[in-house]
Design a protein around this ligand. Structure first.
Ligand code: ADP
Ligand code: NA
Length: 329
């Protein structure tokens, strides 16, 4: 039996991924290569909905792809590509926008949040972004889509659109199911451990960027906000800071929280931070080296991405052709 197909994307909106992106998303992508027919995409079309700088976007798209490769995506075992290299995304996006109700799109909570925060720069693209995301998924006939809480509503929309299209125009799309990842680490901000680690963090010291100077990362870990008391316990409610450090530690070393608790019994926060700082440095160093190697050989990176786009288009063009045919083009 063929492996289930999975699709996931990440935006090239920062100069570096952060530890939350890796432990919450990319690490799972790497694992899914072994069990799934995996399609991964750097979603640059989604990165222009709020205004952007062209040179920075181009650079960040390449850096994102280089980091994904450095973190373990293997072009022999997955299809890695850049969204704008596959024109079918925008083409199917248009078709799907014509079967989406205006009110239906208006119910997307993420749009309401983002547009409320940036009313002056809100675009029609930001409004229709979930429809383009539906196209991203349906083009590949994905069986499964890994989703966090914040993307659930968008995947529901994707499923509704697929069903609607199939009912009106004949079976065209696979209805994708949400793929709930079992042990996805939720990483929180080092300075504000009740908030998620995010590139829009209020303090740069709250996030570990994979491509920053490792000495800086070590410093950030050592000055992470910890909790009152001294005992090293895992308690997200009362000790969110220490719990976050334990989560990162366990995830990067493939050990369990219980093993760590045993190791640090009777020891203080300082010991934990010092050791974790070392673990983080040892993790990022080779990732940085590999990322640099990809960026220093642009011809090779271009080739990897061109092959990925070709593999993606082979699937996407068939789906789009079928969809066009079924709607009467
Ligand atoms: P950010 O919140 O920094 O803007 P994105 O929204 O671009 O990050 O997220 C990219 C991917 O990384 C998503 O799959 C998201 O679920 C995951 N991710 C982002 N931040 C974290 C975090 N703090 N912990 C776990 N996963 C995260
Ligand atoms: Na985000």
């Amino acid at each position: 039996t063929p492996r289930p197909r999975v699709l996931s994307g990440i935006q090239p909106t920062a100069d570096s991924f952060h530890l939350g992106n890796y432990l919450g998303a990319v690490r799972n992508w790497v694992a899914l290569q072994e069990t799934h027919d995996a399609y991964y995409c750097v979603v640059d079309l989604h990165a222009i909905t709020m205004g952007h700088d062209p040179a920075a976007l181009r650079e960040r798209t390449r850096i994102s792809a280089a980091q994904l490769l450095a973190l373990g995506l293997d072009p022999e075992r997955c299809t890695l590509f850049v969204q704008s290299h596959v024109p079918e995304h925008a083409q199917l996006g248009w078709v799907l926008s014509c079967i989406t109700g205006f009110g239906e799109a208006g119910r997307m909570v993420q749009f309401k949040d983002k547009s409320a925060k940036a009313a002056d720069t809100t675009t029609v693209g930001l409004f229709t972004y979930p429809i383009l995301q539906a196209a991203d998924i349906l083009l590949y006939q994905a069986d499964q889509v890994p989703v966090g809480e914040d993307q659930r509503q968008h995947l529901e929309l994707t499923r509704d659109l697929a069903q609607r299209f199939n009912t009106r125009f004949g079976k065209t799309f696979t209805i994708p199911a949400p793929f709930i990842l079992k042990d996805t680490a939720k990483i929180t901000d080092l300075q504000d451990p009740t908030a998620k680690m995010s590139k829009s963090a209020s303090s740069p010291n709250g996030i570990i960027e994979l491509l920053e100077d490792p000495a800086r990362s070590a410093k950030k870990i050592k000055s992470a906000v910890t909790d009152t008391g001294r005992e090293i316990l895992y308690d997200e409610e009362n000790k969110p800071g220490v719990s976050n450090l334990l989560t990162i530690y366990a995830a990067l070393t493939m050990r369990t929280i219980d093993e760590l608790l045993e190791q640090y019994e009777g020891r203080g926060y300082g010991d934990l931070k010092k050791d974790l700082a070392e673990v983080v440095v040892e993790f990022v160093k080779p990732v940085q080296e590999r990322t640099r190697a990809y960026l220093e050989d642009p011809g090779h990176l271009d080739k990897v991405l061109a092959i990925g786009a070709e593999k993606a288009r082979a699937v996407a063009s068939v789906t789009l052709g079928q969809a066009y045919q079924n709607i009467g083009f």
